[in-house]
Ligand binder design. Structure first.
Ligand code: IPE
Ligand code: IPE
Ligand code: MG
Length: 252
């Protein structure tokens, strides 16, 4: 299935965002504030993921995308990286059956070649098991980088069109790692920083951006509702004028 590209046509919008993408930031500071080791914040962050997946399913969100580990996070101390990997494994072990029972489809995107074979195997099994589920698609971005995504898509596109030197957006789109989803309607970053940190660079072209100071472990259903309420106040113009939007609304 192909989705409308926000730069090629005007996507349909609704009061509940179809696709929410989140940079789950602030785990370390959440822990430090409590005189706990940073990894305690990551463990608490996994619980927040569980809550937000459930909250999105209840609110009729179709796609939830979570930035769990960036291609730059390998720069962290080795022991923090290994705890993050272990948490990922335990979360998969514990949550996949529950997600499947709730008709949630799980996808993991990113450069998975950097993960060890048993983890890659778990990811493949989880994706296979939940592939047919349609209530909510949860994507975990792991060893993901927006630039990596664009580069790997270009490589595949060029290989698929030998001899071609000119390309279009439409030709690139199917090779982006989230080609199965519409572009995010709402982007949320917790933890107070206001930056993209190499998340979905291509796909965020026309997403509404929402930043909150709440640390990720504290981000709950009420915080999600505040983000959705802010989203509802926005006028998504996709390049048009406000007056044109009023005309379109009158006509429909
Ligand atoms: C986000 O929390 C989780 C990951 C990047 C894996 P942080 O670990 O970045 O928390 P802060 O930003 O240091 O508080
Ligand atoms: C972004 O958070 C990556 C994830 C949440 C996985 P970071 O904490 O790594 O981002 P920077 O380094 O502050 O930009
Ligand atoms: Mg951070």
């Amino acid at each position: 299935m192909t989705h409308t590209s926000s730069t090629q046509a005007i996507p349909e919008t609704a009061s509940v965002p179809r696709h929410i993408a989140i940079i789950m930031d602030g785990n370390g500071r959440w822990a430090t504030k409590r005189f706990l080791p940073r990894v305690a914040g990551h463990a608490k962050g996994v619980e927040a993921v569980r809550g937000i997946v459930e909250a999105c399913a209840l609110r009729g969100v179709e796609y939830l995308t979570l930035f769990a580990f960036s291609s730059e996070n390998w720069r962290r101390p080795a022991d923090e990286v290994s705890v993050l990997m272990r948490l990922f494994v335990t979360a998969l072990e514990r949550e996949v059956a529950k997600m499947h029972a709730n008709s949630i489809c799980l996808k993991v995107v990113g450069d998975l070649t950097k993960f060890d074979a048993p983890l890659r195997e778990m990811i493949a099994n989880a994706q296979r098991k939940t592939a047919q589920n349609s209530r909510l698609t949860v994507t975990i971005c792991a060893n993901y980088g927006g630039r990596w995504d664009i580069m790997q898509a270009i490589e595949k596109m060029v290989a698929a069109h030998p001899g071609s030197t000119a390309f279009t957006e439409e030709q690139l789109a199917p090779y982006l790692s989230m080609a199965y989803a519409p572009e995010p309607d709402l982007f949320i970053r917790t933890g107070g920083e206001e930056r993209i940190s190499n998340f979905l660079l291509w796909q965020l072209a026309y997403s509404e951006l929402y930043f909150t100071d709440i640390y990720w472990p504290d981000f709950d259903g009420a915080a999600l509702d505040a983000a959705i309420a802010s989203y509802r106040q926005r006028e998504r113009r996709f390049g048009r004028t406000s007056e044109q939007l009023v005309e379109t609304k009158k006509a429909s």
